[in-house]
Design a protein around this ligand. Structure first.
Ligand code: ADP
Length: 366
């Protein structure tokens, strides 16, 4: 039996992180355009735009603190069978990769570890402490580049197709899944995929990518104690009671880490030809993601009552992890520089649209 979950309950949690000035920005005596009020979770852009989010992190926030306050609490959901997605959104050079992996995953120290290695550690610590279940972890690493889905850990780079199975799970046909027995196994896959990942040099940041990268951990649990199985697995709005007819109960969930393509507008990067095409496609993916989140948060924004998952590869791929009982955190990264004010404003508006915080009215938000 399947029950339809209440989609109107869906709400994305939103964190904003302002990165510190980089050396070259200090050399050019760049001025700051952001003020943070951590007590009220507010951020003021320029001298008049005020936004409020679930979490607001300033330039001095350490990786450990961001992880502990905004990400770690979500991981218990994974062990309860909920799909969890953590996005990093923002302009190229705003700190998405630093926040997600810790910069160059090939050469970072533990203090700089981003969300992914920290989450992997929490998951393996949890597995060790759980006596009531047998848990297996596997991983996949995909990239969406020019609207093609590419397996960064696969044997070729052909575009993969996405389908929904009968239970409502989203399946990427032919994507390789790799069993992981240790933190080192997971980090090894992350390094391997990051090496393969398409990166494109834009005028803003040679290191950044114009693709979306999706690193997924699949957590499969066999619960040994039949009396403790009073839980439900969630699959994209379909809530499925666990089958008590099996000898052991079974629970599965996906944990996605999504490093989104740079949110900057095309004109700023002065891309032409091939690059210009890529920028348009990337922006349409971000636009489609914004529309899905918006439609999920507010039934009035649904055209013909439906959620527009099919409008882009990224929303098709994440269909069973956006909406329903899935849990989502969007970390929006912004630069502190006055020169980036327009892009930061766009990123904060996107984040605001995703958050749909319905407490006190907020001044000056379009
Ligand atoms: P993006 O992935 O958004 O293009 P990066 O993560 O590559 O941006 O960040 C751009 C630069 O800023 C990198 O050199 C990175 O190490 C640095 N950086 C970003 N965020 C922080 C931070 N919170 N603390 C220290 N350095 C940071």
């Amino acid at each position: 039996m399947k029950m339809l979950a209440n989609e109107s309950e869906f709400r994305v949690k939103v964190a904003v992180r302002v990165r510190p000035f980089l050396q070259r920005e200090k050399n050019h005596e760049q001025k700051s355009c952001v003020t943070i009020h951590p007590q009220t979770n507010q951020i003021i852009l320029g001298d008049r735009r005020t936004f409020k989010y679930d979490f607001v992190f300033g330039p001095k926030t350490l990786q450990e603190e961001l992880y502990r306050t905004s990400v770690e609490p979500m991981l218990t959901n994974v062990f309860d069978g909920y799909n969890v997605t953590i996005f990093a959104y923002g302009q190229t050079g705003s700190g998405k990769t630093y926040t997600m992996t810790g910069g160059n995953i090939l050469s970072i120290g533990e203090k700089d570890f981003g969300i992914v290695p920290r989450a992997v550690k929490t998951i393996f610590d949890t597995i060790r402490s759980r006596k009531d279940s047998q848990i297996t972890i596997s991983a996949s690493y995909l990239e969406i580049y020019k609207d093609d889905i590419i397996d960064l850990l696969g044997v070729n780079d052909k575009d993969l197709d996405v389908r929904d199975d009968a239970a409502g799970n989203t399946i990427v046909i032919g994507a390789s899944e790799h069993t992981c027995h240790s933190i080192e196994d997971v980090v090894g896959l992350l390094k391997k995929g990051s090496n393969v990942r398409h990166t494109g040099a834009t005028q803003m940041n040679d290191e950044s990518s114009r693709s979306h990268a999706i690193f997924t951990l699949y957590i499969e649990q066999r619960l040994r104690d039949k009396n403790s199985t009073n839980v439900q697995a969630s699959f994209d709005g379909l809530v499925k009671p666990l089958q008590s007819t099996f000898d052991e109960s079974y629970l599965s969930a996906k944990l996605h880490f999504v490093d989104l393509a740079g949110s900057e507008r095309v004109a700023r990067t002065q891309n032409t030809g091939e690059r210009f095409q890529e920028s348009i496609r990337i922006n349409s993916g971000l636009l489609a993601l914004g529309n899905v989140v918006s439609a999920l948060s507010d039934p009035k924004k649904r055209t013909g009552g439906h959620i527009p998952y099919r409008d882009s590869k990224i929303t098709r791929l994440l269909k069973d992890s956006l909406g329903g009982n899935a849990k989502t955190l969007m970390i929006t990264c912004v630069s502190p520089c006055t020169a980036d004010l327009d892009e930061s404003l766009n990123a904060l508006k996107y984040a605001h649209r995703a958050s749909q915080i319905r407490n006190k009215p907020i001044k000056n938000v379009d």
